[in-house]
Design a protein around this ligand. Sequence first.
Ligand SMILES: NC(=O)c1ccc[n+]([C@@H]2O[C@H](COP(=O)([O-])OP(=O)(O)OC[C@H]3O[C@@H](n4cnc5c(N)ncnc54)[C@H](OP(=O)(O)O)[C@@H]3O)[C@@H](O)[C@H]2O)c1
Length: 281
Amino acid sequence: MANIWITGADGQLGKALREKHFNPLDELFFTDREVDITDPRAITDFANKNDVDTIINCAAYTNVDRAEDHEQDARAVNRDGVANLAALCREQGNLLVHLSTDYVFDGETNAPYHERHATNPLSAYGRTKRDGELAIRRSGCLHLIIRTSWLFSSTGDNFPRAILRLAAERDELRVVNDQTGSPTFAGDLADAILRLLSVDELPEYQGIYHYANAGSCSRYDLAREILALSGSTCRVIPVTTAELPARAPRPPYSVLDSRKIRDAFGLEIPDWRDALRRCFG
Ligand SMILES: NC(=O)c1ccc[n+]([C@@H]2O[C@H](COP(=O)([O-])OP(=O)(O)OC[C@H]3O[C@@H](n4cnc5c(N)ncnc54)[C@H](OP(=O)(O)O)[C@@H]3O)[C@@H](O)[C@H]2O)c1
């Protein structure tokens, strides 16, 4: 039995976790902005009041383009807020499960990234997330850091939902064909997190893991797949990132190799197309 606190619980992953069946003996606490992770006293008070022993940190500054012009704001949450949670977990002997991102990598490769690959973020968002990882590792708290990629769910801001919205307004969409990654269903990631929490001897497993749905595609492929699923007749035109620049640079290739988490925890990781169908079909 554990007292599990899920922060950032109104986001995509937090909502997915709300729908899952945890161990019925666990006590669950879901918070979002009302317990600000950048406020050390607020998090300590909350953890003490509820006798928390496990934190799943889904709270993050996730607007990649906005972070480019507001790096301090992103750092306050993604590095300093995470450092606050890590210090609390270190002090109280608690487990911190934390989410990070494929954007810690620069994408200058064409083989899936494993956990030991050197990070080199291109964007402000990626830097602040990388610094959050480092803060956890330096804190010495018991931790599992899970990097994921191209997260989607039936709610919130995500790429498939943006494509569906735009396709309803236009006959034609231009989508980049030179960014490759692994779309990941928040529901599948939530299942994986539950599986992690269920193992005995968790301290032996601490470290960094990659979790993404199996397979990979370009943004263009993903747009075509979601529109085909929805029956949309909107045309999709492949373009390059140079033709359709965004505020923040993205890695051209950020496929994550999820074999470590799969083998360590005996996970079956569904293909991204199957995941997309289960989410939007
Ligand atoms: N989305 C992706 O494509 C993606 C890809 C790779 C990795 N990840 C990582 O996966 C994790 C979950 O992502 P997600 O898509 O579920 O994120 P999300 O939907 O943006 O949810 C994050 C939640 O945290 C809240 N929050 C922000 N600052 C906070 C603070 N100081 N204190 C407490 N709560 C705060 C947000 O509130 P507001 O909405 O009011 O800001 C939001 O409800 C994050 O660590 C993210 O970096 C995401």
